[in-house]
Design a protein around this ligand. Sequence first.
Ligand code: BTN
Length: 263
Amino acid sequence: MGLPHEFAEPLGRLADGCPLGARIIWHAQTGSTNADAAALADAGAAEGCVVVADQQTAGRGRLGRSWSSPASSGIYASVLFRPDPRVARMLTIAAGVAVAEAIETVAGIAPVLKWPNDVYLGEGRSGRKVAGILAEAGVSRGQTWVVVGFGINVLPGSFPPELASRATSLESELGRPVDRGELLATCLVRLAARYDDLRGGRTSDVVQAWRQRASSTFGRRVEWDEDGAPKSGVVRNVDDEGGLMVETDAGRARVVSGELRWL
Ligand code: BTN
């Protein structure tokens, strides 16, 4: 089935200038666009290929969680990259920046980033998650690939009611409709621009943009799990490889994976 008009028109406008989305695979329903893009990577698909679905039946979240993906309610998309290892490490940070930038451009509200790349509306404990990113990597035929998948809650029905204290949607915050096609197209444009920054050696621009959107995190006390045990400290910075620098009672720690909890 071809792309529905809602997506075809804005994505069609992309074609000339944007290196991402030259090939777009649309599914009215699929298990997971990340799984589809990973299969395409293994089959030799070119960098920039995008998989989009109206609905996912097995949407994947970070840390082995699921991602609620009901029909016509959100954006569920995955982009295939074939980066060099230096760039691959930073793609997850860059994707958070790009999705936040796209939301701000299209919806006119400025999201906040929570390390590494959760996209929130509102700060700290009162913030609610509006978008998430799952980067998954593999190697096939000796070449590294990275699939960057993003899910954006657009309509109020995009997340289950039991998550209402922790999740939100763009339309429930704004009280007006948001054009999913325009938002997806803008995500691809911003993702292409931030990928270009990484490839062009402008990693510090990406990290700086991340820091600005996460400024409320700095100086806050957080908890995270390491080797099965909770650790805590005060967030100081993010380094140029995307690691979070935290000051603990036992000295500086560098957090490279997992999830932060506000204390
Ligand atoms: C998170 O846990 O915050 C990450 C959520 C990522 C969800 C997106 S939706 C499109 C892509 N396909 C998936 O299965 N997951 C990602």
